[in-house]
Design a protein around this ligand. Structure first.
Ligand code: ADP
Length: 519
């Protein structure tokens, strides 16, 4: 009989599951998403600032090198300046220039008339003149400052050919530590470059020199160097200790943590949803079990009551009719007994109290007793039955009562699930190291997809006769558990509309101490 509670139960079940997901998982994921967005926006802010700073600094590096160059030029030019002011000749000026060539290459003097060939940059209100050798002999640039004569007029430019690569390599640390930090636009003084990595690359992209090592932050910025340092590139990147790098690491850790948290929440929700679904399924199944059992108990009781009343009031016409009522009483009491046994066995098995008493058993006896017990029902149902049991069977070790109980359940199902073709066969055979006891019918059969489920407790296939045929969904679950406890197994072969064969496989005991083969 269809359970009237089912539709409403499954509705609320879906709602409750949806509620669980909605109430737990979605808000948690929404909070995680907000946390991710906030973290990313803070990180983006810090990194944008850092990138701006890096870009600004990389542009400042050329200025700082030019300042350094001018300072060193001014320092080195002093003797030449003095002789020029005293009206010295060009060779005298060159000699004076040669006195201070330490950090430079060859000295050079450009007469005021030729100075137009030089480029000029203003470095803190001083003129830095520079240029290449027009003859192309010298590969390095020339850097100079103006020289004045006795009248104070500019007479030319004095300076040196110098190697910018060597200059950059020697002076970068000083430039970063002292020149950059001295700029009025740099806040924090030395602090402002402490966490910065400054690298200079040549035209081929090879690193010439660096101060500090670059960190993880991706805010590094590059600038082309200009003036006498043209052809070099400077790159400024936060070091690993810089706030931008710390934030980058923090964001990575934060993302991993949030990810793990989301996974945990999702995992917990899935487990929770599954658990709740299982509990709801159990409630549904139990309520359907109770309604099935009640129905199955009430029907034979009503039939027995009616038969007893009929006999008691003498409302039968002949002895044969009275016998028929008596047989009905017997048959229905057998059914009642079997159901009650099933329920008792089931609760014993569930609570782990069922202990099998294994003795040496002749399967032929068990089959014969079961068929005898069942004879009335088979006869009344109009069944043809046949037992195919060889005379000399190897003995098995089994609990005869439990084994018989299994057979009765299989016979009961064979009767219940047969329609027009009422044929039942019981075949017993040794099969390798097993004894097989098969009960076959030509009833409604079981669809392949339902076959694995029918051994679960309370499961009834919701098709065919099942709505009209009574059952609690316990029989096969008991059979399966009992046979497993014998180290055996139950097989089913069935075709819908054709019939079913349920086979109990019990191990043959080789020496009486244990099963010949593990189940
Ligand atoms: P029930 O009390 O419903 O018979 P069982 O555990 O004995 O419970 O069987 C479970 C389900 O397996 C049945 O509801 C029925 O759908 C299916 N089944 C069992 N035996 C047969 C059979 N011989 N033929 C067809 N279906 C069967």
């Amino acid at each position: 009989m269809a359970n009237p509670f089912l539709p409403s139960l499954s509705m609320t079940r879906q709602h409750k599951l949806a509620l669980l997901v909605g109430a737990v998982a979605l808000p948690a994921i929404a909070l995680a998403a907000v946390a991710v967005l906030l973290t990313l926006s803070v990180a983006r802010g810090v990194q944008a600032d850092s990138a701006r700073y890096d870009a600004y600094l990389s542009a400042m590096v050329t200025d700082a090198f030019e300042q350094e160059l001018v300072t060193q030029l001014r320092d080195a030019i002093l003797p030449a300046e003095n002789v020029a002011r005293d009206g010295a000749t060009v060779p005298e000026i060159l000699r004076a220039l040669a006195l201070r060539s330490r950090q430079f290459e060859a000295p050079h003097y450009v007469d005021v008339d030729d100075m137009t060939g030089l480029s000029v940059v203003m470095v803190e209100s001083q003129m830095l003149l520079y240029g290449d050798d027009p003859t192309g002999v010298r590969e390095h640039p020339f850097a100079a400052v103006v020289l004045r004569g006795p009248t104070g007029d500019v007479i030319g430019a004095g300076g040196w050919w110098f190697n910018p690569r060597a200059f950059v390599a020697t002076n970068l640390a000083n430039v970063v530590r002292n020149r950059l930090t001295a700029s009025p636009r740099m806040y924090g003084g030395l602090e402002s470059t402490r966490y910065l990595c400054v690298q200079v690359f040549d035209a081929q992209g090879h690193e010439v020199v660096r101060v500090h090592d670059p960190g993880t932050a991706r805010t590094g910025r590059e600038a082309e160097m200009t003036g006498p340092f043209e052809g070099f590139r400077v790159r400024v990147t936060p070091t690993n200790e810089a706030p931008a790098s710390v934030v980058a690491r923090f964001v990575s850790v934060q993302m991993v943590l949030i990810g793990v948290l989301v996974l945990i929440i999702l995992g917990a929700t899935v487990i929770g949803v599954r658990y709740v679904a299982q509990q709801m399924e159990l409630v549904r199944v139990k309520s359907s079990f109770v309604s099935n059992v009640t129905h199955e108990l009430k029907t034979p009781i009503a039939v027995i009551k009616l038969a007893v009343e009929t006999i008691e009031m003498g409302r039968f016409r002949s002895d044969a009719e009275r016998d028929k009522y008596l047989r009905t009483i017997q048959r229905e009491s057998d059914r009642l007994a079997q159901l009650v046994n099933n329920i008792l066995d089931f609760s014993r098995l569930e609570s782990g109290q069922q202990a099998l008493r294994l003795t040496e058993v002749d399967a032929a006896d068990v089959v014969a007793t079961a068929l005898e017990t069942f004879r009335l029902r088979l006869e009344d149902g109009g069944f043809q039955w046949h037992a195919d049991v060889p005379e000399r069977l190897p003995h098995i070790k089994a609990d005869p009562v439990a084994l018989q109980h299994c057979l009765l359940n299989l016979l009961d199902n064979a009767v219940k699930y047969s329609k027009e073709r009422k044929e039942i066969r019981v075949i017993v055979r040794p099969r390798e190291s097993w004894l097989s006891i098969a009960v076959s019918d030509r009833g409604i059969g079981i669809a392949a997809e339902d076959q694995p489920r029918i051994f679960e407790k309370f499961v009834r296939v919701e098709t065919g006769l099942v709505h009209t045929v009574k059952g609690a969904g316990l029989g096969l679950s008991l059979v399966d558990q009992i046979i497993r406890a014998h180290h055996g197994r139950v097989e089913v072969a069935s075709t819908p509309g054709e019939g079913s064969i349920f086979t109990l496989l019990l191990p043959l005991w080789a020496d009486g101490h244990g099963p010949a083969r593990d189940a």
